[in-house]
Every structure is written in C-alpha cells, then in structure tokens.
Design a protein around this ligand. Structure first.
Ligand SMILES: Nc1ncnc2c1ncn2[C@@H]1O[C@H](COP(=O)(O)OP(=O)(O)O)[C@@H](O)[C@H]1O
Ligand SMILES: [Mg+2]
Length: 313
C-alpha cells in the first residue's frame, strides 16, 4: 500500500532472532503529523520494530516504508529524515550538554550550529547546566538533552523508544509536553510504551503488539469502546443503607464492597437510566454520600485483548 498521507507504512513485517520468533506478521500505518503509540509488554518486540524502521536492523520479511522510502532499499534516505531517541539516553557524559549538541550539529552539517544549540538549550531548560558535564545531570535532564540532540536537523519523523521509562512523574509530564509540542509543529511521532496511560495521554492512534502480531488498533477512544461502559460507583453512610440499596438496585447487577461501603452498578450509560437509578434510591430515603462514574481505561482494554489472545491459543 503506498499512501501519500502516510508517514510510515508497515506491511507483514517479520523478524526472528535465532529461535525467538519476535515479529510474526505486523502491519500498521502511521498518518503524517500524528502521534502513534506501539503498546506492548516487556519483550513484545517494540524495540525490534523501531530498530527495523530506523534501519538499524533488517527484517526477515514484509516491507516498511518510512517517509516514502523503503527501509530495505533506501536506508540512507530514511536516515536523513528520521531521528531515534532510544530507550537509553545516547548522550556522552564526559562532555557538557553544549558540547553534546555541538557534536551532533557538526555531524549533521547544519547551517547555524551556534544559534541552533542556544535555541535548543533554552527550549529544553538546560541553559544553566549547559557547560556542566552530563555526568552531573539528573535522569530527566539527560533525557531532555537526548531529545534536544535528536531534533537537530529538523527530522520529519521522530522515534521515541519508551521515552518515559525510569523518569519521575514531573520529568514524565515534561516529556509528554515536549512530544505534544513536536507533534503540533507537524512532526510525526512514533513512540513505544508499556504504559497505557501514556498512550492514552499522547497518541492519536494505538496498536497493541502481543505475541508477534497486532492484537488491537484504533484511537484510544475506540479501544476503550471495546469494553463495557456505564459502570457507576455509589458510596453509602453505613452497611444497612448499602444492603438496602443493593436490594433495590438488583436489576443493575450490583457488586458490593462491604468494607468500603461501595456499590458498583452496571447501567447502560444513558442519563435516563442514571436518573432513574438515583431517584429509586431517593424515594426509598437512601442517601448516596459519594458518586462516581467509572470509565474504562486503556489498561482494561490491554488486559482484555491480551487475555483473549491467550484463550485462543
Ligand atoms: N539481539 C537479540 N538476540 C536475541 N534475542 C533478542 C535480541 N534482541 C531482542 N531479543 C528478544 O526479542 C524479544 C523482543 O525484544 P524487544 O524488541 O527488545 O522487546 P521490547 O522492546 O518490546 O521489550 C525479546 O524476547 C528479546 O529477548
Ligand atoms: Mg524495548
């Protein structure tokens, strides 16, 4: 499939390492300018996929076209258009942040190296630390430097292999902002993650890789629709009220948590049914002290599709 609006087209990709059959038949498309998340457990083959797309590794079968170029036939063209930020930062820690950036600028023969380096140091909040050795940087600072380095030369596609693994929550949020602003500026982002929340926060499209194949794909919202919705959680003052409510709400198949005084009811998700449920309780004089709507998370989808894949075996 050749597709003008696709940044990446992967078709029936296969890869084994000796006996380990990592990618059996992987196909997906990444639209230009979008954020795509390849989701999978540790060892699922995410890095293998990225390395094939970034021309670091050869596939055994299938095709991958990156920015109009087949990775197997035109690897040099692909390399000019992409950048890869690996699972482990590729910074040289004996050099300073500024020296790392200057080194990459030299390698990529860019026009205004000094200006570019200054702009990136500012953009990634590394101005103060610019002339310190990277050894003294925190993990979050090293990641930021790594990304700054990957932006030199304005690649049209950036690969991020597990960009937030090992980061503290604050650095993780900073990374999310960076990725979003890169995408807003028109860059296509391909990221891998084990965290569903990350895919949910960032991605326009998600593919779940499991046992060598894509087991689910769609927008985060589409994937969540695979799960039942309309579960609501009700909290009561005491056990007596909890029991009375459970009896009244039988037709919503309530699940009872005696310790937390919680009842989870399964509604069809409509306002009408919700209103009816609450008025049933009100008429009976039962007071709801807390109320929450439970929306399915991508985590639920992940575990559901992976369990279904297991059952099929
Ligand atoms: N060079 C290699 N030689 C042999 N096996 C490998 C090699 N690289 C990765 N693997 C195996 O392939 C599987 C997928 O690895 P990887 O792509 O790194 O997964 P992920 O990035 O999703 O954690 C794992 O079982 C891993 O042990
Ligand atoms: Mg990996």
């Amino acid at each position: 499939m050749s597709n003008q609006s696709a940044a990446i087209t992967v078709s029936q990709l296969k890869k084994s390492y000796k006996k380990v059959n990592v990618l059996k038949d992987v196909s997906f498309t990444v639209p230009k300018g979008s954020i795509f998340a390849l989701l999978g457990a540790n060892g699922a083959g995410k890095t293998t996929t990225i390395n094939i797309l970034a021309t670091l590794l050869k596939a055994d079968g299938g095709t991958a076209v990156v920015d109009g170029n087949d990775v197997a036939k035109k690897p040099d063209n692909v390399r000019k258009r992409i950048s890869l930020t690996g699972q482990f930062a590729a910074v040289d820690d004996i050099l300073t942040g500024r020296e790392n950036l200057e080194l990459v600028s030299d390698l990529r023969h860019i026009k205004n190296p000094k200006q570019t380096v200054a702009r990136l140091l500012a953009q990634f909040n590394l101005e103060e630390a610019a002339d310190r050795r990277v050894q003294t940087y925190s993990g979050g600072m090293q990641r930021r430097l790594d990304i700054a380095m990957s932006l030199i030369g304005s690649p049209s596609i950036i690969f991020f292999d597990e960009p937030t693994t090992g980061l503290d929550p604050q650095s993780r949020n900073g990374m999310w902002q960076t990725i979003k602003s890169l995408a807003n500026a028109g860059t296509t982002i391909f990221l891998t993650t084990q965290y569903l929340e990350e895919a949910d926060q960032l991605a326009d499209n998600v593919c779940i890789l499991n046992k060598g194949v894509i087991v689910a794909e769609g927008t985060p919202a589409e994937l969540k629709k695979l799960l039942p919705h309309g579960q609501i959680e009700l909290k009561f003052q005491d056990h007596k009220q909890l029991l009375a409510a459970a009896a009244l709400l039988k037709r919503y198949k309530p699940e009872q948590n005696n310790e937390l005084l919680l009842l989870t009811a399964n509604t069809n998700g409509t306002v009408a049914e919700l209103t009816q449920l609450l008025s049933t309780l009100e008429k009976a004089g039962i007071e709801v002290t807390e109320f929450a709507q439970k929306s399915p998370t991508l985590d639920d989808v992940f575990f559901k599709v992976i369990n279904e894949t297991k059952e099929k075996k």
